[in-house]
Design a protein around this ligand. Structure first.
Ligand SMILES: Cc1cc2nc3c(=O)[nH]c(=O)nc-3n(C[C@H](O)[C@H](O)[C@H](O)COP(=O)(O)OP(=O)(O)OC[C@H]3O[C@@H](n4cnc5c(N)ncnc54)[C@H](O)[C@@H]3O)c2cc1C
Ligand code: FES
Length: 286
């Protein structure tokens, strides 16, 4: 059993969990993830490791509550336990001294970008971090990212902070910097990573993305996380999750991610109802 040491919602719908998992904390590296279960009979969900403390034996996860398992995780309180934390899984992000690196992060990717930006800075890169959100109130960990970045830029869909719009504005934002960009890392939702790759391709800047296809076992056995990269079939869990964004078949990835949409929506619409009906019946029956 793995103990939850703290749990809180840091911006609407994004929950920060600190979990006691010493073996994972000891070996975690930027870009890796864990697969966890919220309860014995529950689904397995992959979550990026956003930070770790090797001495304390803890890992930090940022969970966006979008479905039945993430909803259960979000509801966990301090001192609760969960049955499964497997990891670290996936390959660590390739970190070298490239020169000036752009770290582009949105939604739960803001969390997973933090250890990457920190490692890039430690390697001697100039780090420019771009945080993307629908609105300013959804931005988090700015201070943490500022501490490991030379510059932090914001893009918000509604213009409440920084540039108005989305990552499609990347070329003009990059033009405004008085330095060439040698490499881009993008972490966030599939659309954001796809748009970032499309925007950076004409600029000829290598863009690494952290793919998040549907996963089950996370060990290369089930084939569910299959993605096409550079014309070859790759399994995101063991060959990734980082890939060259200019080589990813985004259409196929987006299509495959929709595979279980109806099955995911039904539990969301009905979860808790049977329990609620039971309580109502007990109340009515006296
Ligand atoms: C490598 C990787 C890292 C990720 N890191 C994070 C993170 O740090 N924070 C975060 O909030 N989310 C992260 N995700 C996405 C997260 O796994 C899904 O949002 C989550 O599994 C959806 O759970 P649910 O509540 O809808 O669960 P359920 O409806 O109970 O379904 C869970 C099952 O569906 C799969 N699944 C469903 N939707 C997705 C999806 N969008 N992406 C991947 N698998 C899915 C899960 O693997 C699992 O088998 C990551 C995904 C991957 C692949
Ligand atoms: S999740 Fe099964 S092969 Fe990757």
């Amino acid at each position: 059993m793995f103990r939850i040491l703290s749990s809180r919602m840091i911006v609407p719908n994004i929950h920060l969990l600190t979990i006691e998992a010493p073996a994972v904390a000891r070996q975690a590296n930027p870009g890796q993830f864990v697969i966890i279960r919220a309860e014995e009979e529950g689904e397995r969900v992959p979550l990026s490791i956003s930070d770790w403390d090797r001495q304390m034996g803890t890992i930090t996860l940022l969970v966006m509550n979008i479905g039945s398992t993430t909803g259960r995780l979000a509801a966990l309180r301090e001192r609760a336990t969960i049955p499964t934390v497997v990891g670290p899984l996936g390959n660590a992000t390739e970190i070298e001294n490239y020169g000036t690196v752009l770290c582009l992060a949105g939604c739960y990717g803001i969390g997973s970008m933090f250890p990457i930006a920190r490692a890039l800075k430690e390697k001697g890169n100039r780090v420019i971090t771009i945080l993307e959100a629908r609105s300013a109130y959804l931005l988090y960990w700015e201070e943490r990212l500022k501490a490991v970045s030379d510059k932090v830029v914001h893009i918000t869909r509604d213009g409440t902070r920084g540039f108005r719009g989305h990552v499609g504005r990347l070329p003009e934002i990059i033009k405004g910097f008085d330095e060439p960009i040698d490499r881009i890392y993008a972490n966030g939702c599939t659309f954001m990573m796809m748009r970032s790759s499309q925007a950076s391709r004409p600029l000829g800047i290598k863009t690494m993305v952290s793919l998040n296809p549907i996963m089950i076992d996370g060990t290369g056995m089930c084939g569910v996380c299959r993605v096409r990269v550079g014309g070859a079939t790759r399994f995101a869990c063991v060959h990734g999750p980082d890939f060259d964004g200019h080589e990813v078949d985004w259409e196929e990835l987006l299509q495959r991610r929709k595979t279980y949409l109806p099955e995911e929506v039904v539990p969301l619409q009905t979860s808790g109802c049977d329990q609620h009906a039971h309580i109502v019946k007990e109340t009515v029956d006296g």
